[in-house]
Write a protein that binds this ligand. Structure first.
Ligand SMILES: Cc1ncc(COP(=O)(O)O)c(C=O)c1O
Length: 406
């Protein structure tokens, strides 16, 4: 059966919203955060209406139930991601915290002169932690180039490796360009050289199932709020052996084994990296999001998103005067663009007037913008629940922008 986008839209209450100006919401800011299905919203309501308790420490029924649901969320999400047996799944606040956790842990492993390879298309969350790690350890960061069409320059990336390379961190999908990187090939390249691989999956998990066994990287990070789940929770899957070498990231309750005046011993991963009360409701809500995603027709969803990307790209080009940044051959449904005469903020304001929500600015990828010699772009980012009406509204709005500024 064909992918029924209207039926899917019915699962996401906010998508039927009519804005105060009378326009139907056309939500094209999915790269920033995704909307939530009723299954997730209802799960959060149920938790707070019926189940709220702290986990891992109470003997009463509610605490045992919350603990069970929290740990069940870990198992269910790990299963969805096809997490290999030699990995742990740690709950974090999001991708940013996950990458900071890894960089913090690696501070005890890197020495002066060691090297870290990243790329020019990284989000600041996968850029700044490595710069800070380099400052702390005396290591050096190398930045692999991005081609004019938004593709990663894989030859340059490979040429950035040498005998001092200890870590390589790269995004699977660029939030600013939509470029899909060959993450499996890149992780294999790292493995052959004994280099620790870190994959930023923040923009990949919302666009399709991820098979971490197949990807075979050392670390994989993403955020709950971008995968149709709640904010304030994220996931780090990491190689257990490496994780258990790391010192704790934060300390306090839950992550300890024994605390005494003479000294403290710590749990192993994942608890070692989950100090204090976690975001229990959001974690359980995230499991509901993955339950929803596991029932989605991903083949149909992918075809649908690809059709939206193709149509929106063609129709934007037809408006005239628009430059699209990032036309890599393999691309997720993200369109970054500028218009000669109009500032991205003017574009966003006019689009907002017709109900279209997009993002503008540097997209937390300032080095990439500098590389392209621009300050920022307007970005329309699609999810599987977007439809052709959303494209119609986008094109109507861009027509207005053109009439006003051209
Ligand atoms: C590719 C990428 N990495 C990391 C992040 C940071 O995610 P968060 O702010 O949820 O930690 C984002 C957010 O936009 C992103 O797009």
């Amino acid at each position: 059966m064909a992918f029924d986008v209207e039926k899917i839209r019915g699962d996401f209450p906010v998508l039927s919203r009519v804005l105060p100006n009378g326009r139907q919401l056309a939500y094209l800011d999915n790269g920033a955060t995704s909307q939530k299905p009723a299954a997730v919203i209802n799960r959060l309501t149920k938790f707070y209406s019926e189940e709220n308790a702290n986990i891992h420490r109470g003997l009463h029924h509610l605490s045992a139930e919350a603990t069970f649901n929290f740990e069940n969320a870990r198992t269910a999400i790990a299963t969805y991601l096809k997490t290999p047996k030699d990995c742990d799944l740690i709950f974090t606040r999001g991708t940013t915290e996950a990458i900071n956790l890894i960089a913090h842990g690696l501070a005890s492993e890197l020495n002066e002169g060691d090297e870290i390879v990243i790329t020019l298309m990284e989000h600041h969350a996968n850029f700044v932690p490595w710069q800070l790690l380099a400052l702390k350890t005396g290591a050096k960061v190398r930045y692999a180039n991005v081609k004019d069409n938004g593709e990663l320059d894989l030859d340059d990336w490979k040429a950035s490796f040498n005998s001092r390379t200890k870590v390589a961190s790269f995004t699977q999908v660029s939030n600013a360009l939509g470029t899909v990187n060959p993450a499996k090939e890149m992780a294999a390249f790292c493995r052959e050289r004994n280099v620790i691989s870190v994959v930023d999956g923040a923009q990949a998990v919302p666009h399709g199932p991820v098979d971490l066994g197949d990807l075979d990287c050392d670390f994989y990070a993403f955020s709950g709020h971008k995968v149709f789940g709640p904010d304030g929770v994220g996931v780090l899957v990491g190689n257990s052996e490496i994780l258990n070498r790391f010192p704790p990231y934060q300390s306090g309750g839950d992550m300890i084994d024994r605390v005494a005046i003479e000294g403290t011993t710590f749990q192993k991963a994942p608890e070692r990296f989950e100090a204090g009360t976690p975001n229990i409701s959001a974690t359980i809500g995230l499991a509901a999001a993955f339950q929803y995603l596991s029932e989605l027709d991903w083949i149909g969803a992918h075809e649908h998103e690809t059709a939206l990307l193709t149509e929106a790209t063609e129709r934007l080009k037809a408006v005239g005067g628009i430059k699209i940044w990032g036309e890599a051959p393999v691309k997720a449904s993200v369109i970054s663009f500028t218009m000669d005469e109009a500032h991205p903020q003017d574009i966003a304001t006019i689009l907002d007037n017709v109900g279209v929500a997009i993002r503008t600015g540097h997209h937390c990828a300032m080095p990439l913008m500098t590389h392209f010699g621009i300050k920022g772009t307007a970005r329309a980012s699609f999810a599987f629940y977007n439809n052709r009406d959303d494209i119609d509204a986008l094109i109507e709005g861009m027509g207005k922008v053109k009439r006003l500024f051209a």
